[in-house]
Design a protein around this ligand. Structure first.
Ligand SMILES: [Zn+2]
Length: 129
């Protein structure tokens, strides 16, 4: 399921496309009908945690790599400016991945039930995510 999520496919079936745009998720999977927002207010808050953790891990790994590679005179200004740029860009780049990863994570603990699937003839692109 996590591999499917990282390829921006439905974690449950591998179908797609799951995105209407980079920032807008389809309401349900066009292949299996799984509703991506699983019936709770604020469902995607968990995906923000995935996004924040990945962004901070990328920054930490890059900062440590630059410090180690340039020791004993690390370019602190480059690290600071590069860190700010990374922390502004990565959350936008990683946003759809974080949503699909969170959905896969949720499906591990709460397997889909019949109520999680849209009606077979429901258009997938008619509603906002
Ligand atoms: Zn699916």
């Amino acid at each position: 399921m996590f591999g499917r999520a990282l390829r921006l496919r439905c974690p449950a079936c591998g179908g797609g496309p799951v995105l209407l745009s980079w920032f807008l998720l389809a309401p349900s999977c066009p292949a299996c009908g799984l509703r991506f927002e699983r019936g709770e207010e604020g469902y995607w808050v968990g995906s923000y945690m995935f996004n924040i953790v990945v962004s901070e891990l990328c920054f930490a790994a890059a900062a440590i790599a630059v410090v180690v590679a340039t020791w004993p005179t690390p370019p602190w200004t480059l690290i600071t400016v590069g860190g700010v740029i990374m922390m502004l860009l990565i959350p936008f780049v990683f946003l759809p991945f974080s949503k699909m990863l969170f959905l896969a994570f949720d499906l591990c603990f709460r397997p889909p039930v019949d109520a999680d699937f849209a009606a077979p003839l429901e258009p997938a692109a008619g509603r906002r995510a």
